[in-house]
Design a binder for this molecule. Structure first.
Ligand code: ZN
Length: 80
């Protein structure tokens, strides 16, 4: 079976889906994707790049808030 390829919203690199984290933006907050809403992907490298993370999540969630901590919280809650 062919790999599902998705692009990271921060660096735009195309990668197999299993190397990306999948999130959803709801009410200007970011959570791990749980089956509903418009999701987006971020690669593991960009997760560690706070600047990149902040910039791309602002764009996606249409907010001026820095949501990079949102992402880190979502990941730590799920032990990822
Ligand atoms: Zn990336």
């Amino acid at each position: 079976m062919a790999d599902v390829i998705r692009s990271c919203v921060a660096c735009r690199h195309k990668q197999p889906q299993e190397t990306l984290y999948r999130f959803v933006c709801k009410d200007h907050e970011i959570r791990l994707f749980a089956g509903v809403g418009r999701s987006f992907y971020i690669c593991k490298i960009c997760i560690d790049d706070d600047k990149k993370l902040a910039k791309s999540t602002k764009r996606i969630c249409k907010t001026s808030k820095d949501l990079s901590n949102n992402i880190k919280t979502a990941l730590s809650f799920n032990n990822l």
